[in-house]
Design a protein around this ligand. Structure first.
Ligand SMILES: Cc1cc2nc3c(=O)[nH]c(=O)nc-3n(C[C@H](O)[C@H](O)[C@H](O)COP(=O)(O)O)c2cc1C
Length: 197
């Protein structure tokens, strides 16, 4: 499979960078190919501007999209699968990645309606995997219902909801700053996710 990996973290020395490298190693060992969309290093402009906003609410599926959006859609078109790697910030992905969804999942591409109000998508992705690290232990996020909220929004709405056929989230919990207790265990899990992708 060819996997397009969206990576959203500002630091080159972060745990998330290690997650990215470890996941890629697992994918390569399994014989998959990949491309990395490193949103901070690409300086991806995540704010939707007025021109694209007016395009999105205009509901014209043929209206042209900005060049950076078109470039991302091309990378998605070339992929069989998507992976997302990011830290949980305020119970969601960093704004950089949220803005990627706002812009790249554009009307006419991720969803559009025909004259009978039937919904269609141009996205043809077999599977997706979301790997997100969190300061709280996973059990805490499950008990408080936050893990379920994260899954509903990220998997049900942003992935399965636009036609991605399989979606799964793996939360790497207990990753508090300056605390390495769960680091190794989490990285072993990440290698396995790549190796068995
Ligand atoms: C702005 C910000 C918001 C955060 N919000 C949450 C949160 O809502 N839930 C949580 O479990 N951890 C939260 N954290 C902790 C991060 O998820 C954690 O530090 C990160 O996963 C560690 O990976 P890193 O070293 O690659 O940044 C937050 C951290 C920051 C900086």
């Amino acid at each position: 499979m060819h996997v397009y990996i969206l990576f959203a973290h500002p630091s080159e020395n972060s745990f998330n960078k290690e997650v990215l490298e470890t996941f890629v190693k697992g994918l390569e060992d399994a014989g998959h190919t990949h491309e990395i969309g490193d949103l901070y290093r690409m300086d991806f402009e995540s704010d939707m501007d007025l021109a694209q906003y007016e395009r999105e609410v205009g509901l014209d599926p043929q209206a042209p999209v900005p060049d950076d959006v078109r470039a991302e859609q091309e990378k998605v078109n070339q992929a069989d699968a998507l992976a997302f790697i990011y830290p949980v910030w305020w119970s969601d992905c960093p704004a950089k990645l949220k803005g990627w969804f706002d812009k790249v999942w554009s009307y006419g591409y991720a969803y559009f309606y025909d004259d009978n109000e039937e919904r269609f998508t141009q996205i043809n992705i077999q599977k997706s995997l979301v790997i997100c690290s969190a300061g709280h232990p996973e059990e805490h996020l499950e008990e408080t219902g936050i893990a379920e909220s994260m899954r509903r929004i990220m998997l049900n709405d942003r992935l399965l909801g636009i036609g991605v056929r399989e979606a799964r989230m793996e939360i790497l919990g207990g990753m508090m700053p300056q605390d390495d207790t769960y680091r190794q265990e989490n990285l072993e899990k990440v290698y396995g996710l790549g190796r068995s992708f």
